[in-house]
Design a protein around this ligand. Structure first.
Ligand SMILES: Cc1cc2nc3c(=O)[nH]c(=O)nc-3n(C[C@H](O)[C@H](O)[C@H](O)COP(=O)(O)OP(=O)(O)OC[C@H]3O[C@@H](n4cnc5c(N)ncnc54)[C@H](O)[C@@H]3O)c2cc1C
Length: 449
């Protein structure tokens, strides 16, 4: 039996390949985990992407002569109920590494033993599995550069060959099984035309193919420029496994000038291996810096709603709310603003991001926040991003700001980065909620190291 989790694809899916090798038609299961659905930081846009991805997966499985069963409830109990019902003795699943994912597997393994059911965990959620690379002294890598060196020089597994339909011929696409569970998911999901991204492997593969044709070429030059919108937007597809990270990495590495892009994929793997070694880093400081955080719900609200009076910060936060996506440069600037200028706990920001991001991912999000906060791996607690300098440097013409802040749409000069009091008053754009330099002095005073 195959249990899909966040590997919602038929292409290069080692767990699915193994399940496919068994006798007869293997059962294909996805469980809507009630514990995850009850989390307060659930994003309705992310659920919409998930529901599209499940429909798409079912269509792809239909072409192979199989179909998807969707159950809802306690994850390990539901997996076992289905396994017993179909008489499965082997369960194949992609391995995963958050504290919660690990505990789910352990429960399933322990409860399966008594019923004669074996659980097989396979690679597939990263290019390189977290436990494959170890530094000389053991444990995990805590610094990216040596990790990236090993990651680049190590032998990756081979991309799996496409699966062949069972029973000789392909069946046409058909409706997903246990439709009421999908309807339950759809009721929670936000149907929105705001987001430019459609869930599922089919859309992911199309995006990959377009990207290889036209996107990757200038990536290194423009990836830091939010107004260009020139990054791949693979993140949600990678998070839900609609694209295989290995397949992407192999395809990209065959292109010229691919190092910068591969480096970003390696960051994703790096954070996953950090989490595998320190599962508590999703909520605890990876490195303790003795921060005394402010608790100020008013400034937190101004930040969350894009009303801080710093245009690049506000543009990023409004893009997040509107699209369920934010450009990487703006994630860094907005996160830095919350943690350094407002001196607020990174966990508040990470939670807010998770409530909105379609690509919301425990490893990349929590450790990305810790990287900015200076409590994570590889980080420099003294690194400060000045929101106005960042704006001048990375959105020099203010095009990204104009796009997301309609109040400033008519400002067609360098003033867009820091509008005068007159412009703010006339346009209804708020004053700055803090003085950057004073705020940074306060932040430093509130940190022990
Ligand atoms: C505070 C903060 C929070 C973040 N939260 C998330 C998150 O929840 N989910 C998420 O996928 N990424 C997160 N990132 C990383 C990064 O911002 C996004 O992966 C990227 O913006 C997605 O856009 P893209 O797919 O167009 O990226 P591209 O630039 O096209 O990069 C290709 C892929 O590489 C990976 N990648 C790129 N940059 C990073 C990075 N800094 N760290 C880890 N992986 C990276 C992603 O999988 C991405 O899809 C966060 C970064 C910061 C600073």
């Amino acid at each position: 039996m195959m249990v899909f989790t966040r590997d919602l694809r038929t292409s290069d899916n080692p767990a699915l390949v193994e399940a496919w090798k068994g006798i007869g038609k293997p059962t294909m299961l996805f469980v809507l985990d009630e514990k995850l659905l009850e989390r307060p930081n659930l994003s309705s846009k992310r659920l919409r992407f998930l529901s599209e991805a499940l429909h798409d997966l079912d269509r792809s499985l239909g072409l192979l002569g199989a179909s998807l069963v969707v159950r809802k409830g306690d994850w390990s109990s539901e997996v076992l109920v289905e396994a017993v019902a179909v008489g499965a003795s082997d369960i194949h699943v992609s391995d995963d590494f958050s504290a919660y994912a690990t505990s789910r597997f352990q429960r399933l393994e322990a409860e399966g033993v008594g019923r004669g059911i074996r659980v097989h965990r396979h690679p597939g959620v990263s290019v390189v599995p977290p436990d494959l690379l170890q530094p000389a002294g053991g444990g995990g890598y805590k610094v990216f550069t040596p990790y990236f060196r090993r990651w680049s020089s190590t032998q990756w597994r081979s991309v799996e060959l496409p699966l062949h339909p069972r029973g000789g011929s392909a069946q046409g696409p058909k409706e997903i099984k246990v439709i009421e569970n999908i309807q339950f998911l759809e009721a929670l999901a936000e149907s929105s035309s705001n987001d430019s991204i459609t869930g599922g492997e089919t859309a992911g593969q199309e995006r990959l193919s377009d990207w290889l044709d036209t996107g990757i070429e200038n990536y290194g030059l423009v990836r830091d420029r939010p107004e260009e919108d020139a990054t791949s937007r693979f993140s949600a597809y990678l998070h839900f496994g609609c694209l295989s990270p290995l397949e992407v990495a192999v395809a990209v590495s065959e292109q010229p000038d691919s190092e910068e892009f591969l480096r970003q994929l390696a960051w994703r793997d790096f954070f996953l291996q950090v989490l595998a070694h320190r599962p508590d880093a999703s909520f605890n400081n990876f490195r303790e810096r003795g921060n005394l955080w402010n608790q100020d719900s008013e400034s937190l609200h101004a930040w969350a709603t894009g009303m801080t009076g710093f245009p690049l910060v506000d543009a990023g936060m409004r893009q997040l709310e509107h699209e369920g996506f934010m450009h990487n440069r703006c994630r860094m600037v907005t996160a830095s603003f919350l943690v350094k200028d407002l001196n607020q706990d990174w966990r508040l920001g990470a939670n807010h991001f998770m409530r909105h991001l379609i690509d919301g991912d425990v490893a990349s999000n929590q450790l990305g926040w810790q990287w900015v906060a200076g409590t994570g791996t590889d980080t420099n607690p003294h690194r400060i991003l000045n929101p106005i300098r960042q704006s001048e440097r990375f959105d020099p013409k203010g095009a990204y700001i104009r796009r997301w802040i309609p109040e400033l749409a008519e400002v067609d000069s360098p003033e867009i980065h820091d509008p005068s009091p007159e412009v703010r008053q006339k346009s209804g754009y708020p004053d700055q909620i803090v003085d950057h330099h004073e705020a940074i002095a306060h932040h430093r005073a509130m940190r022990a190291t």
